[in-house]
Design a protein around this ligand. Sequence first.
Ligand SMILES: [Fe+2]
Length: 194
Amino acid sequence: MSRSGGSRVITHLAQEEANAVRLYLRYKGYHWNVGGPMFRELHLLFDEHAAIVLETVDPLAERQRMLGAAAPYTSGELDAVATVPAEDGLPPTVRGMVDRLREAHRTIVDGMHDGFRAADAEDDPGTADLFARFVQAHEKMDWVLRELAAPVATLPDDAGRLLRPREKGAGFAPGGLPHVAPSTPARQVTALGA
Ligand SMILES: [Fe+2]
């Protein structure tokens, strides 16, 4: 069952392993730092999805070992193959969190479609099955977020906006993505008379 170094299946497995690690950390980061009127629902949902994503990491890594390749695990190796973009800070709004999670799910769904086709072309039904099952999990999580995003979108712009305490009353730089302070909605800051 060994695959040569140029196997596209191995490339796709490594890519989706790295993407899953990134998305897991993104979910946990949002789980820890989300705030605002939907705090409880999002805090719990993000953790639930983090657990689902984490469960996919091990099978994706071990499948590479079964096929005779090394499974990447260092941050450098994972960064080199991930296609879900790295983040340099939290989105300024709750809606931004949902949007970034959905973008990641869609990137992974597309990648797994490609991986499924590569596995089929390399006559590897085991890997094809892995991608077929995991793509459904990502599609379901994306669906949940999509439905969740509808009511979020109807809230006033700053309803879920979070600011660092040092940014009290400072507003947002145009086009900027300020870092998010834990559980500090802008309107709460305003109400405190900042
Ligand atoms: Fe937690």
